[in-house]
Write a protein that binds this ligand. Structure first.
Ligand code: SF4
Length: 316
């Protein structure tokens, strides 16, 4: 897959690895029905793009024109053939029919689509997900025990939480309504679940991927575990044929092309803590917005490759 080139004048090109798919993570909302202690999906005042359907359509047109129909530097550098729009949050499914419309529009405009969800509304939603609008789903699931999910905060205000049975039902429904969907389970390993055995559950569920992540130091530091504990968790689930993909803190670099709920690109600030934001993509266009966060396709592509193209965000 990678393009090796030994000539000096092409040394820039040699830094870049080709990938099949570009993933754009759109944090469509900050709202969430759960309250996980480690959650880093926290923004300021809600003034979110999804409040206006015309704004959503313009936004998707802008992204499609630039990344799919256009020839941006990133396309030349990475050689991607498709673009997947990954809806993250907060909890995207809290937006109900607005979210479904955004998904359908994204499909119409040529994107592959995916969602990172806590799964709650796959079981408790008032509306059914339309057929064949999702190519991939990542369901966050941190514990088979309600008591542990409560400690983590993975419950709503009424104390409801996605159970093992709910998870099985949700995955079964998705497989039957979304043709060819790839299913992922995301588990954030923290102080409350690091000794839990998931092997039987993952064997039964047979997801395409089980992504396990070390809790990041964004929220409640009391949930954090050492690298050694994380490695022990991974080792305890290895050698059993499980589709486990582990990301420790050190590999979870800012390898994502990220858009916030207001429709702005953002990235970690080069000046230290916090984020840097572009203007709204609908205000200034994709190219200008990318330039405002000093986006560097070459640096991006090398980080992109490092995490093996699995660059969806995982909160929810
Ligand atoms: S981690 Fe996900 S489910 Fe938990 S509060 Fe954050 S967005 Fe909601």
């Amino acid at each position: 897959m990678s393009t090796q080139n030994s000539s000096a004048e092409n040394s820039t090109t040699s830094l870049v690895n080709n990938v099949d798919e570009l993933v754009i993570n759109w944090h469509i909302t900050e709202a969430c029905n759960y309250n996980c202690c480690y959650c880093f999906a926290k923004w300021g005042k809600p003034n979110e793009l999804h409040c206006s359907l015309p704004e959503i359509e313009t936004f998707l047109d802008n992204l499609s024109e630039y990344f799919i129909k256009g020839s941006p530097p990133l396309k030349n550098e990475l050689g991607y053939e498709s673009v997947r729009l990954n809806f993250a949050g907060g909890e995207p499914m809290m937006l109900g029919s607005t979210f479904f419309i955004a998904l359908m529009l994204a499909k119409q405009k040529g994107f592959k689509t995916s969602i990172i969800t806590n799964g709650h509304y796959l079981i408790n939603g008032h509306l059914d997900l339309p057929k064949n609008v999702l190519d991939m789903v990542g369901i966050s699931f941190d514990s088979q025990y309600l008591s542990t999910r409560k400690k983590i905060g993975r419950v709503d205000r009424k104390g409801n939480s996605l159970s093992v049975e709910d998870l099985k039902t949700a995955l079964g429904n998705l497989v039957s309504t979304q043709k060819g969907i790839k299913t992922k389970i995301n588990t954030v390993v923290n102080i409350h679940n690091c000794d839990e055995d998931f092997s039987e559950l993952i064997t039964v569920l047979k997801p395409y991927k089980w992504k396990v992540l070390q809790a990041m130091p964004y929220g409640d530091d009391e949930l954090l575990i050492s690298r050694k504990k994380f490695d022990n968790f991974v080792a305890a689930h290895s050698g059993m044929g499980l589709p486990i993909f582990a990301e420790s803190n050190s590999t979870m670099t800012e390898s994502y092309l990220m858009i916030d709920p207001k429709g702005r690109f953002y990235q970690n600030s080069s000046k230290g803590a916090g984020y840097e934001y572009s203007e709204g993509i609908n205000l200034c266009g994709v190219e200008n917005a990318l330039a405002q966060i000093e986006f560097n396709p070459i640096a991006f592509s090398s980080r992109y490759r490092k995490v093996d193209v699995d660059v969806d965000v995982v909160e929810s």
